[in-house]
Design a protein around this ligand. Structure first.
Ligand SMILES: Nc1nc2c(ncn2[C@@H]2O[C@H](COP(=O)(O)OP(=O)(O)OP(=O)(O)O)[C@@H](O)[C@H]2O)c(=O)[nH]1
Ligand SMILES: [Mg+2]
Length: 357
């Protein structure tokens, strides 16, 4: 499936040093097939002008590419916008992109002045000196923005790892405390292959898998574990999970580990469940007790008292998972295009207002 991460296809970005080296290498060998009837001064003039022009063109092209080929930060899907803010800082990224672009006018000025000097000069040594001086000054400008270029490279690397989402596809988001078995569940039922481990905070990014229910593709999202604490205290890894809940969830599957082998007690987990319900009151939340295969009977009994009528599953063995998923997808609007058209035609027949009026 095509990736819909807008940052996925940003072309390679050269560092400041690499840009200078590239432009230098590709402009210094420029040889002019000049006529031998020309004087040495004229030959030198033509060659030095061409070399400097080529150097300037290559540097500017590479700088412009960095900025122009970076996806527009103002038209992002809010999910990517918020993750970019958490992981990178949008203002800082915009400032860096702006700073790189702002290198171009002074480069033009230097180029103009030195090209003029070469053209007016009658001394071939002076011409070479001018070309070399211009390149030196341009290189300093590019180097002066090397931190910005490095930051843009860092942003590209981090953001290109984000998952590709299908914004209009029905989506189940799996959430809960660290280590409760979210990744085990997502891995069990979908195309995603998140890492699973016995220690908490294994999952550090939002991961998206797909599963087919009948003829429909449903997204299922694995999120990093979240602790029951105020938002201001949450780290960037936990914040990504909240972003996924906020922008992607049509239905939430909330896992509780009644065995408490995750490392936290059930009351802490209940605190988070209540917060999720409070924060996303419009999103249906299905709660499941996971790891029932290893939960001692007394703990299971306590959990059932706290959470009557919840699902009981083992993400590891798959027990109970089918029913949970069926009900979760039942909450999601998985209408096909045909159904949607049919519904629309029905609504016109009934005399409802035409949405195209
Ligand atoms: N016995 C048993 N173990 C399970 C079950 N589900 C998960 N586990 C184990 O619990 C541990 C944590 O599972 P993960 O799927 O990595 O948990 P997670 O919620 O994704 O954890 P984080 O990514 O750290 O938040 C692993 O050792 C799993 O094998 C289950 O139903 N039964
Ligand atoms: Mg995980």
């Amino acid at each position: 499936m095509a990736s819909l991460n807008p940052f996925k296809d940003i072309p390679p970005i050269l560092t400041a040093e690499e840009i200078i080296e590239y432009a230098h290498k590709h402009s210094k060998k420029l040889s002019m097939k000049s006529s031998y009837q020309l004087t040495k001064v004229d030959r030198t003039k033509i060659r030095e002008v061409a070399r400097l022009q080529e150097f300037v063109k290559l540097v500017k092209t590479k700088l412009k590419q960095i900025v122009e080929e970076f996806p527009s930060l103002d038209n992002l899907h809010p999910f990517y916008m918020e993750l970019a803010e958490i992981l990178i800082g949008i203002d800082k990224l915009k400032r860096s992109l702006g700073a790189v672009y702002n290198c171009i006018p002074p480069i033009n000025d230097i180029a103009d002045n030195h090209l003029e000097a070469i053209k007016l000069s009658k001394d071939y040594k002076r011409m070479k000196w001018s070309r070399s001086a211009a390149k030196g000054r341009i290189a300093s400008i590019v180097e002066s923005t090397s931190e910005n270029i490095d930051f843009i490279i860092h942003a590209k690397t981090a953001l290109s790892k984000l998952p590709g989402i299908l914004p209009d596809s029905p989506t189940i988001v799996c959430a809960g405390f660290p280590n409760v078995g979210k990744s085990t569940l997502v891995r069990q039922v979908s195309t995603a292959e998140p890492e699973i481990a016995y220690y908490p905070f294994t999952t550090k990014n939002v991961i998206i898998g797909h599963l087919k229910i009948g003829d429909h593709m449903v997204q299922i999202v694995d999120t990093p574990g979240v602790l029951d604490r105020p938002m201001s205290k949450r780290n960037d890894i936990e914040k990504q999970a909240i972003t996924a809940l906020k922008y992607l969830a049509d239905v939430i599957v909330f896992l509780i580990d009644p065995s408490e082998t995750c490392g936290w007690n059930i009351n802490d987990q209940m605190g988070l469940l209540n917060e999720v319900r409070r924060t996303f009151p419009l999103v249906p939340t299905l709660t499941a007790l996971n790891k029932v295969d290893i939960t001692p009977e007394d703990k299971l009994k306590d959990a059932r008292e706290l959470l009557p009528n919840v699902y009981e599953i083992s993400a590891l063995s798959g027990d109970g998972v089918g029913v949970l998923l069926k009900d979760a997808t039942g909450e999601v609007d998985v209408k096909s295009m045909d159904e949607a058209i049919e519904e629309y035609l029905e609504s016109i027949k009934k005399g409802d207002s035409n949405p195209f009026d």
